[in-house]
Design a protein around this ligand. Structure first.
Ligand code: PEP
Ligand code: MG
Length: 575
């Protein structure tokens, strides 16, 4: 028996034989050509085939694993049209008179290596995407059957260096019990896919994964981030017990997922979903969401060449808001900059984009982008429960300037004869420490807050959220972050305003009792987390949660807080 450690990426315990997943390496030769135009036409055909395959992959993944996992294929479709990548391939074919396979392979490899050199978890995942897309295109160019060794034949635990999105589409999902990969972090493709499928996963377990042989018996402990190779009979028995407990909890959670989130002493909170497009509606409703606490509007702006029109935005927002009927849907205005770039809006290079013209700062600078979105939102919110929220607010002035533009849009629309939502609630995200500190002042100029802990923790702790090496520092469980959250909730409640939280923490079982005890009114999370969150909230009392919050806020580290909650609230231990 041997235990290897990695990053816990998806809840639960999996037990079964290892299926060691290997890639069939492509062999690419450089060949001289004499007709670059004909060569280019071959490439165009392969790109078109790849695009159609990616569209299929998107649909299949959406059905099996939800919106977040499927979104990866949208990003890959964009790479197929990336002007820098495609432009370089074309130049090389034309200038060097070499076959397109060699030009593509070498260019994609160069781009991927550049991204990997930056040592950033997010960019490493993009490097994997570039290799995945180019390999798909190469297979199409070479007429190779697009299937690596993915035929499982029996229920198995997938073991790999890393899995590309294309690998995962081909897997027979009914036979996949769990995942163990050497590379990747908690936001890698494998992690996203495993959470979408609701199966246990440990990622980033390093070179030791190489010790696992085909058909070794494995235990994947997705809570502790450990993989046990050939466990002893005694240890296997213990894990079987824990697995049975997890399955019981899962069944129980699913059976109450459409019930309200009420504590045992009668305190009710809202449990809503984070979604990123119209494709997110179904999974959210099925999971038991009582509305949408964060609709990331970036989906309409990314993966295209021009700005979405007001009309296009109007229809999209309206479809989503209408689908939820009288349940609330909170539309967040455009949040780009930072690690999200829109090539066609010509944003100046910045040395520190996370501290630059991001989100509301960009929108206030660019009324040509902002006003169509506000107009679309005001129109779409007529006759339903759409609310509007602004990201990256750092001062009262930011809110006042934003409200001015919003009012301007409202007057214009009325003059033009449109129906507009007059009573639409207006909120802001609290994700910059300055906003958390002056929450009392901000509560006077908005209707609600939604705390964005993904950013609030990175800005509070000066720890880049995309850098795996400072993941502990960037965690929302840092005492400093909890103290800011407490300040925000108290300040808002004093002014009669409600507070939600839409960072990843809202769905983390260890955080929920503390947030509940601090008085949070709304928890917004990825749909698969909803049943578990509701089960937990329904099994504890507000009084208990308050005591936990009081104690937790006086502890001195992320680690101490997690350990304490684990002991104080047994219901958080689900595996
Ligand atoms: C956050 O910062 O917590 C948040 C929900 O927004 P995003 O992750 O889109 O920046
Ligand atoms: Mg944010």
């Amino acid at each position: 028996m041997e235990t290897i450690s990695g990053i816990p990426a998806s809840y639960g315990i999996a037990i079964g034989p290892a299926f060691v997943f290997g890639h069939a390496e492509l062999e690419i030769e450089t060949v001289s050509i004499d007709d670059p135009e004909a060569e280019w036409q071959r490439f165009e055909k392969a790109r078109e085939e790849s695009r159609l395959q990616l569209e299929d992959a998107y649909s299949v993944t959406l059905e099996d694993c939800g919106e977040e996992a499927a979104g990866i294929f949208n990003a890959q479709m964009m790479m197929l049209d990336d002007p820098e990548l495609i432009g370089t391939v074309k130049e090389r074919v034309q200038n060097e008179l070499i076959n397109v396979e060699a030009a593509l392979y070498e260019t994609a490899e160069k781009f991927a290596c550049q991204l990997e050199a930056i040592e950033d978890e997010y960019l490493s995942a993009r490097a994997l995407d570039i290799r995945d897309v180019s390999s798909r295109c190469l297979r199409n160019l070479l007429g190779l059957y697009d299937s690596p060794a993915a035929s499982l034949g029996k229920p198995s635990i997938i073991v790999a260096q890393d899995l590309t999105p294309s690998d995962t589409v081909l897997l027979e999902k009914d036979y996949v019990l769990g995942f163990c990969t050497a590379k990747g972090g908690s936001t890698s493709h494998t992690a996203i896919l495993a959470r979408g499928l609701g199966i246990p996963a440990v990622v980033g377990a390093g070179d030791q994964v190489g010790q696992i042989d085909q058909d070794d018996t494995l235990v994947v402990d997705g809570d502790a981030g450990e993989v046990i190779i050939n466990p002893t009979a005694k240890s296997l028995k213990e894990f079987q017990k824990r697995q049975a407990h997890f399955l019981e909890v899962q069944a129980e959670a699913e059976s109450i997922s459409h019930e309200p989130a009420v504590t045992t002493d009668g305190h009710q909170v809202e449990v809503v979903a984070n979604i990123g497009s119209e494709d997110g509606i179904e999974p959210a409703l099925e999971a038991g969401a009582e509305g949408v606490g964060l609709l990331r509007s970036e989906f309409l702006y990314l993966e295209r060449d021009t700005l979405p029109t007001e009309e296009e935005q109007y229809h999209s927002y309206k479809n989503i808001a209408d689908a939820f009927g009288d349940k609330p849907v909170i539309l967040r205005s455009l949040d780009v900059g930072g690690d999200k770039d829109i090539p066609y809006i010509d944003m100046p290079e910045e040395a520190n984009p996370f501290l630059g013209i991001r989100a509301i700062r960009l929108c206030l600078d660019r009324p040509d982008i902002f006003k169509p979105q506000l107009r679309a939102a005001l129109r779409a919110g007529y006759g339903n429960n759409l609310k509007l929220m602004f990201p990256m607010v750092g001062s009262v002035d930011d809110v006042l300037r934003t409200r001015e533009v919003l009012e301007e849009c409202r007057v214009e629309l009325k003059d033009e004869g449109y129906d507009v939502a007059d009573m639409m609630e207006i909120g802001i995200m609290i994700e910059i420490p300055s906003a958390a500190i002056i929450a009392d002042q901000l509560a006077e100029v908005v209707d609600f807050f939604s705390i964005g802990t993904n950013d609030l923790s990175q800005y509070t702790m000066a720890a880049d959220r995309t850098n795996a090496r400072v993941a502990t520092q960037a965690s929302g469980f840092q005492p400093a972050v909890f103290r800011l959250i407490k300040n925000v909730i108290e300040a808002a409640h004093e002014k009669g305003k409600w507070v939600g939280l839409c960072g990843e923490m809202a769905g983390e079982l260890l955080a929920i009792p503390i947030l509940l005890g601090l008085g949070l009114d709304e928890f917004s999370m990825n749909p698969p987390a909803i049943p578990f969150a509701k089960r937990l909230i329904r099994s504890i009392s507000l009084e208990e949660a308050r005591q936990v919050a009081n104690t937790a806020l006086n502890l001195k580290s992320d680690h101490e807080i997690r350990e304490y909650v684990q002991q104080a609230i047994p219901e958080v231990n689900i595996g």
